[in-house]
Design a protein. Structure first.
Length: 174
């Protein structure tokens, strides 16, 4: 599970040269997220996935949050506001008793869908103004795309750290 990476990170592989630099960076961040989650979280048991060491958010929360926030952020980037369904799903990210198969499947599908949506943006739209949330805070398509990358990576890091703590606790009990 935690074997050394045999190839460079996605941003060093020379891929996605056909897309705008902002989109390329986001695609690389999404690929890295998928690889890191597979490496560090895919073998966790359901119990480990839901564990809350020190009352911090469980790995399951971070993985669901990544998947669902990608949809929300990209909706804003596409010039849409959140639907009632997206708002309802938001409320379930912290639900307990997640099972590994469904959480990982949701994340994998969300990452693939997000990559397709990121590719769909036209470079001339990068500076277009977008409004976010109830307060309609202004940003740009590019700002949202960059946030897709950094927000995803932030939660990947939190998921990996939590996974490592949970695994260390399991080894310490043995």
């Amino acid at each position: 599970m935690n074997s050394p990476v045999s190839q460079p990170e996605p941003w060093l592989r020379g891929t996605h040269a056909e897309v705008h630099a902002v989109q390329r960076a986001v695609l690389h961040a999404l690929e890295l997220a998928k690889e890191d989650i597979q490496r560090w979280c895919s073998e966790l048991s359901d119990e480990e996935l839901n564990a809350r060491p020190g009352e911090i958010a469980p790995v399951a929360f971070h993985l669901r949050h990544i998947a669902r926030s990608l949809d929300r952020l990209l909706s804003y980037a596409e010039g849409k506001q959140l639907s009632p369904e997206q708002l309802n799903v938001l409320r379930t990210e912290s639900a307990p008793d997640a099972d590994r198969a469904s959480v990982l499947a949701e994340l994998e599908a969300a990452l693939a869908a997000a990559a397709a949506r990121v590719r769909a943006f036209v470079p001339s739209e990068i500076e277009k103004v977008r409004l976010v949330g109830k307060k309609q805070l202004p940003t740009t398509v590019g700002g949202l795309l960059v946030h897709v990358a950094d927000h995803t990576q932030r939660h990947v890091g939190q998921a990996i750290t939590t996974a490592k703590i949970v695994q260390w606790q399991q080894r310490s009990k043995a």
